[in-house]
Design a binder for this molecule. Structure first.
Ligand SMILES: Nc1ncnc2c1ncn2[C@@H]1O[C@H](COP(=O)(O)OP(=O)(O)OP(=O)(O)O)[C@@H](O)[C@H]1O
Ligand SMILES: [Mg+2]
Length: 175
């Protein structure tokens, strides 16, 4: 099994799926969220943020490139979620490290227990981490609230035996 496919039937499901991923994450991990406009990337990140006890609600970083929020990893380990929307950066062929530096995020990224969640991050955020989980969102134009959400690890250790983890963590959402 190389990827886990999960089905969401409404935005509440998508939040729950984000929340269920939270205990599997560690400092230094990078989530790269791919998929169309309105796919559910921010909704998913909101559920994830709640489960990580984010100090304030996650909002779309669309006009800022990145927002930071304090979180707690499993076991109460304090950390930081850096929520990136790489859409514009990607469009102009920018460099993620340079951008972090320009925004003053570099020290936080290196010094804190940071988790990066990058919407539209594929092809641009990968240099940030060796522990990457791709989260792919698909829509079906005939089913308004239906989304397929699949998880594909790339050097990501948090999922262990994918098949077992998938059953245990996301069982209710797997067909
Ligand atoms: N199953 C679902 N999961 C998530 N969102 C859903 C679902 N069904 C309907 N929606 C709606 O789709 C929209 C998803 O928006 P969201 O901002 O999360 O997408 P996004 O992928 O972050 O988009 P963008 O690329 O513009 O940042 C919301 O309006 C939400 O209510
Ligand atoms: Mg979004």
């Amino acid at each position: 099994m190389e990827k886990i496919e999960i089905v969401s039937k409404n935005s509440g499901d998508t939040k729950k799926i984000g929340a269920l991923l939270a205990p599997l994450l560690s400092p230094g991990d990078l989530l790269i969220l791919r998929g169309p406009l309105g796919g559910g990337k921010t909704t998913f990140t909101q559920g994830l943020g709640e489960a990580l006890e984010a100090e304030r609600p996650i909002v779309s970083p669309t006009f800022t490139l990145a927002r930071e929020v304090k979180i707690k990893f499993r076991g109460g380990v304090p950390g930081l979620l850096i929520h990136v929307d790489a859409w514009r950066l990607k469009a102009r062929g920018g460099d993620i490290f340079e951008e972090f530096e320009a925004l003053g995020l570099e020290d936080d990224f290196e010094g804190s227990n940071a988790l990066v969640v990058a919407e539209w991050g594929d092809g641009i955020a990968e240099p940030l981490s060796d522990s990457i989980l791709y989260v792919d969102f698909k829509r079906d134009l005939e089913k308004e609230n239906w989304r397929s959400i699949s998880l594909t690890p790339s050097g990501f250790k948090g999922l262990g035996d994918l098949e077992k983890t998938a059953e245990a963590a996301f069982g209710d959402f797997i067909d």
